[in-house]
Design a binder for this molecule. Structure first.
Ligand code: NAD
Ligand code: MG
Length: 386
């Protein structure tokens, strides 16, 4: 029986994780759940999975959640301290880190310090704090399993191989809803167009990140830290069918790939049950229905965010945290109708241009860079609105 804390249980990854947990009551038990805003769904999850701890991001939501959970035996907590308590509870063996954004960093880092294994969906943890986080993973001797489908694919393609034999990691990308949209038309696309992802159903922030391809930029940085490979050896291929989830090329010219129907339940289940494989209900792959699997290089003039991510890591340690923060602010502003789609990249680039990159020595220093990035990006967004 594996005891789990699920951070961000009401999100897309959180809900899929709980579906797997529900299918395997003899294998997984939920010790703690956390959520941001959707209190009704959260209360239903608490009723169904009977965690000992349930934490909401905002202290102000605690009374309402208590009311919704009236009569249930659960400790209800709020704020960052509550999220940390959920992530570090004595009984927990593995933490599923599925909060969206840099908000996931503090509780996930706390879980590592408490010696918990991590199933990592929250890529922003590695984007913002990669070298510090990986050093903590080694120091506290915890295991880190990728949930992101591309990184799960690389993880599966790398098993049994020596890292010095890797010549290249090839991350695949669907290309999102604007893969075929001419660059000059991007100025007119709407929030609705951008949320209309062709292959994956995900939370709103990552769906916009997929449309700008910042998601792939974040994933390049995530892969850099997870697999200790320099970004020069990490390439992105657009692969519209999303069947090959990523590949690893070795020095002898052999390439190993992982394939499957695009469904996050497969990588989530592998992270939860590693090294075993469990049935997930994911539709079996029938390659004969595809007339062809295609691959091409991304257009960096069109998908500027992808280039900004490569730039960020070369600029210096604090730049990816600043870039990520600016992206979160810009995506939020776009979703609120305050800026246009192509201004997302403008906001990020201008924020990065104003930042003097420096070294980062602790999670606290990462959080400072993050908040500098947020403040600066807010100011820049404000200027664009006027
Ligand atoms: P989502 O928006 O659907 O869910 C996010 C969860 O985090 C929700 O439970 C929400 O209530 C909670 N949350 C939001 N803000 C919070 C805050 N400030 N403090 C505490 N909790 C907060 O997001 P998602 O699509 O499930 O993605 C979660 C993470 O997994 C992201 O980092 C994303 O990049 C990554 N990821 C998602 C997918 C996917 O298919 N959805 C695939 C790969 C990686
Ligand atoms: Mg991914």
């Amino acid at each position: 029986m594996k005891h789990l804390s699920i951070l961000g249980s009401t999100g897309s990854i959180g809900v899929s994780t709980l579906e797997i947990v529900a299918a395997y009551p003899d294998r997984f038990r939920v010790v703690a759940l956390t959520a941001g805003k959707n209190l009704e769904l959260f209360a239903r999850q608490i009723r169904q999975f009977s965690p000992r701890i349930a934490a909401v991001a905002s202290e102000a939501d605690v009374p309402q959640l208590k009311e919704l959970c009236h009569g249930l035996e659960v400790e209800i907590l709020g704020g960052v301290e509550g999220l940390i308590a959920a992530a570090t509870s004595d009984e927990t063996e593995m933490v599923v880190a599925a909060i969206v954004g840099a908000a996931g960093l503090t509780p996930t880092a706390a879980a590592v310090r408490a010696g918990k294994d991590i199933a990592l969906a929250n890529k922003e943890t590695l984007v913002t704090a990669g070298h510090i986080f990986m050093e903590m993973v080694a120091r506290y001797n915890v295991r880190l399993y990728p949930v992101d489908s591309e990184h799960s694919a690389v993880f599966q393609s790398i098993e049994g191989h020596r890292s010095q034999d890797i010549s290249k990691i090839i991350l695949t990308a669907s290309g999102g809803p604007f893969r075929n949209t001419p660059v000059e038309q991007l100025a007119q696309v709407t929030v609705r167009d951008a949320l209309n992802h062709p292959n994956w159903s995900m939370g709103r922030k990552i769906t916009i990140d997929s449309a700008t391809m910042m998601n792939k930029g974040l994933e390049v940085l995530e892969a850099r830290w997870l697999f200790d490979v320099p970004v020069e050896k990490i390439e992105v291929n657009i692969h519209p069918q999303s069947i090959i989830h990523s590949m690893v090329e070795y020095v002898d010219g052999c390439v190993i790939a992982q394939l499957g129907t695009p469904d996050m339940k497969a990588p989530i289940a592998y992270a939860l049950s590693y090294p075993e494989r469990i049935a997930t209900g994911v539709k079996a792959l029938d390659l004969t229905i595809f007339s062809g699997l295609t691959f091409f290089k991304p257009d960096l003039d069109k998908f500027r965010c992808l280039g900004l991510a490569y730039r960020a890591i070369n600029d210096g340690e604090s730049m990816p945290a600043v870039m990520n923060a600016a992206n979160e602010i810009a995506v939020e502003a776009f979703l609120n109708g305050e800026i246009g789609f192509i201004q997302i990249a403008d906001v990020i680039e201008r924020t990065m241009d104003r930042h003097q990159a420096h070294d980062l020595k602790s999670i606290d220093e990462v959080l400072l860079a993050d908040s500098w990035g947020r403040d600066t990006a807010c100011t820049i967004c404000g200027g664009l609105r006027n």
